[in-house]
Design a protein around this ligand. Structure first.
Ligand SMILES: O=C(O)C1=C[C@@H](OP(=O)(O)O)[C@@H](O)[C@H](O)C1
Ligand SMILES: C=C(OP(=O)(O)O)C(=O)O
Length: 418
């Protein structure tokens, strides 16, 4: 149990945040299937990215992670190998399409909860594209990809309504398939679309031709993947608790190096915090957020930016007017069932919350201290520390779970209260 630091007044801070998980893991994977060595500057060093580096190393790439700038040198993709997915969706969904290109068997497993997160859309698609995949029929870990050194590729129809990562996974490796890939989605709307836009943009930066001009269809032409030297942007979703600190204390927090243009979902924080009454300014120094005297609730659809839901729900629990967060049924498949987990943990601290199939409603209520369980979910810990900044006596269970996407989060966070 970690006592969340409480703010005694408005917090004033300027922070430089670690790199984006989503960009780092895409960069590493694309580099591993490229034609020559790539550099990933300011790579995020965290559990998810270390697992990605280890997975690609196991498949034959050389990933030098000694400095801040990582270099990736592709090698012949081969098994046998074992991939530990931990609790990283990006490892479990993005690596199998690369494993299908390897010569040999690649087995996959992960943390206990990872065996419940969906991956069937990726596995069935790989089968349709000509790969040999063994699982126990549940569409979940553990499974094995029996690569033969090549994948024929072609057309595939899938339902990606439970995770955008199913689509991203096929687009990242698709250029290396003999016929490329033509991916079509059929089902409820795909969540987290900015993450697919990030995939498309990064694949193009590697010189691959990709057509996303039709809704719910993505066509990747077969061809070589060029090496790239890129700098990773700060993780804008992980900026949520820091900007929230300004929002709940009436202080001012600046996040340096906030990109002017980005595909990161976290950029939506600018709009969300403004709707909650914050002053939000993107300038040369970065993104500067000043909290209001009375934080406002919001009625908002988070379908595109579901990974922000835990931090936003914590803010809504502290707001002075009611909130309704909608469009996020898919976050029940994240690191934990985040809708139920947020309803349970915020209620335990006195919040007035109702759970819906696809979201949460929150009404103003006085909060009190207590234990906030985190379910091995980094973003539940972020929700906990946001509440703890404003409410005395919040104890965060397993704050180290933040290491999934942020090195020494607890130390970094505590420093803001000195
Ligand atoms: O592709 C990615 O890097 C991600 C896609 C999203 O997943 P879902 O589509 O499963 O929400 C997001 O929530 C996750 O944190 C990262
Ligand atoms: C959903 C998330 O992660 P993952 O990449 O494991 O899906 C997240 O970071 O909020």
């Amino acid at each position: 149990m970690w006592p969340a630091p409480g703010a005694t007044g408005p917090v004033e801070a300027v922070v430089s945040l670690p790199g984006s998980k989503s960009i780092t893991n895409r960069a590493l994977l694309l580099a591993a299937i490229a034609d020559g060595p790539s550099v990933v500057r300011r790579a995020l060093r965290s559990r998810d990215t270390t697992l990605m580096a280890a997975a690609l190393t196991g498949l034959g790439a050389t990933v030098d992670t000694t400095g801040e700038d990582w270099t990736v040198t592709p090698g012949d993709l081969r098994g046998p190998a074992h991939v530990d997915c931990g609790l990283a969706g990006t490892v479990m969904r993005f690596v199998p399409p690369v494993a299908a290109l390897a010569d040999g068997t690649v087995t996959f497993d992960g943390d206990p909860h990872m065996r419940t997160r969906p991956v069937g859309g990726v596995l069935d698609s790989l089968r349709a594209l000509g790969a040999d995949v063994d699982d126990d029929g549940r569409g979940a870990l553990p499974f094995a990809v029996r690569g033969t050194g090549a994948v024929s590729g072609g057309t595939v129809l899938l339902d990606a309504s439970s995770s955008s990562q199913f689509v991203s996974a096929l687009l990242l490796a698709g250029a290396r398939y003999e016929r490329g890939v033509d991916v079509r989605h059929d089902g409820e709307p795909v969540p987290s679309l900015p993450h697919i836009e990030m995939t498309v943009a990064m694949v193009r930066e590697h010189g691959v031709e990709i057509d996303d001009s039709e809704p719910d269809r993505w066509r990747v032409a077969p061809g070589p993947v060029a090496p790239v030297d890129r700098t990773v942007e700060p993780d804008l979703s992980n900026a949520a608790p820091f900007l929230a600190l300004a929002a709940v204390t009436g202080g001012t927090v600046t996040v340096r190096d906030w990109p002017r243009r980005t595909t990161q979902a976290g950029d939506a924080l600018r709009e969300i915090l403004a709707l909650m009454g914050c002053e939000v300014e993107l300038g040369g120094a970065g993104l500067r957020v000043t909290g209001p005297t009375a934080l406002l609730g919001i009625d908002h659809d988070l379908h595109d930016v579901g990974e922000l839901a835990p931090a936003v729900a914590a803010l809504c629990a502290l707001a002075t007017t009611p909130s309704h967060l909608r469009g996020i049924a898919h976050i029940r498949h994240h690191e934990t069932d985040r809708i139920t987990a947020l309803a349970t943990e915020l209620s335990a601290l006195g919040a007035d919350v109702s759970e819906h199939a696809d979201g949460l409603s929150l009404r103003p209520a006085p909060l009190h201290g207590g234990t906030f369980h985190t379910y091995a979910d980094h973003r539940m810990a972020h929700a906990a520390v946001i509440v703890g900044a404003a409410v005395p006596g919040v104890l965060v269970e397993d704050v180290a779970t933040t290491g999934k996407t942020f090195p020494d989060f607890a130390g970094f966070w505590s420093d803001l209260f000195r």
